[in-house]
Ligand binder design. Structure first.
Ligand SMILES: Nc1ncnc2c1ncn2[C@@H]1O[C@H](COP(=O)(O)OP(=O)(O)O)[C@@H](O)[C@H]1O
Ligand SMILES: [Mg+2]
Length: 228
């Protein structure tokens, strides 16, 4: 796989956002960060959620002696300016989104080149992201379409198809939907509590394949943005 399509010295900033808790933001953020790090990228995770799950994960990883991407926490909505200053020092900066649709989320949207929105595959959960989508579209309309955004179906039950109402809810919000998704798997839950990632727990496992597929699709979308 070839992920270095973005120009050298160019930092990509990816926010994983959805004000709903439990949709898999932190899980997806740390696993994508680790996948990028294993490919040789310099990766920073910015934990913008007061709950600090990504910070907890990083601390657990330190206790285990892992060398995971560094997590720094922010407690003020100043992401746009601070991340602007970090551009160049990292290849990828992943923002782990907050559980509220307030200043911190707006700040993350302004800082990001791309907003990835994990949603659990139910119509109710998808409609709950409508306000976030509106914020992103408002931002896009004043900044030449930046940030790009897409939905990521998260925690799908293995072997099920997306319910029709979920599909039509996703389509109604009129953002791209990644074909790659995460399904409900023990490995994801396990890695969060052990400061690890699915790539470390089972490098040839199905969860690892999901993360790699998501990353590949994401990078294709982002490179069209950064080069376009
Ligand atoms: N694909 C998945 N399969 C199984 N468990 C998952 C999956 N994604 C997340 N989880 C678990 O669900 C809970 C919430 O996930 P988390 O990433 O913390 O969500 P958020 O950051 O959106 O609140 C955590 O306990 C996590 O381990
Ligand atoms: Mg979280």
């Amino acid at each position: 796989m070839h992920f270095h399509s973005h120009k050298e010295n160019m930092t990509q900033v990816i926010a994983v956002a959805n004000q709903k808790g439990g949709v898999g933001k932190t899980t997806v953020a740390v696993n994508l960060a680790r996948a990028l790090q294993l490919m040789g990228q310099r990766v920073l995770i910015v934990d913008s959620d007061p709950q600090g799950s990504a910070r907890d994960w990083y601390q657990a990883s330190q206790n285990q002696g892992y060398d995971m991407p560094v997590v720094v926490g922010v407690d003020r909505p100043v992401l746009e300016t601070s991340i602007q200053k970090l551009r160049g020092a990292f290849d990828t900066i992943l923002i782990d989104g907050a559980a509220k649709l307030q200043d911190m989320t707006i700040s993350a949207i302004k800082a990001a080149d791309f907003v990835l929105i994990p949603v659990q595959p139910s119509a109710l959960d998808i409609w709950a992201a409508e306000d976030l989508v509106e914020l992103i579209k408002a931002r896009q309309s004043i900044t030449n379409g930046k940030p790009l955004a897409a939905f990521l179906v998260s925690r799908q039950i293995v072997g099920t198809r997306l319910a029709n109402d979920a599909n039509s809810a996703l389509e109604a919000l009129n953002l791209p939907i990644l074909a790659a998704r995460t399904t409900q798997r023990v490995a994801y839950a396990e890695c969060m509590s052990t400061g690890s990632t699915v790539l470390d727990l089972e490098s040839n496992g199905l969860a690892t394949s999901e993360i790699k597929a998501i990353l590949q699709e994401l990078q294709t979308l982002i490179s069209t943005l950064l080069e376009g």
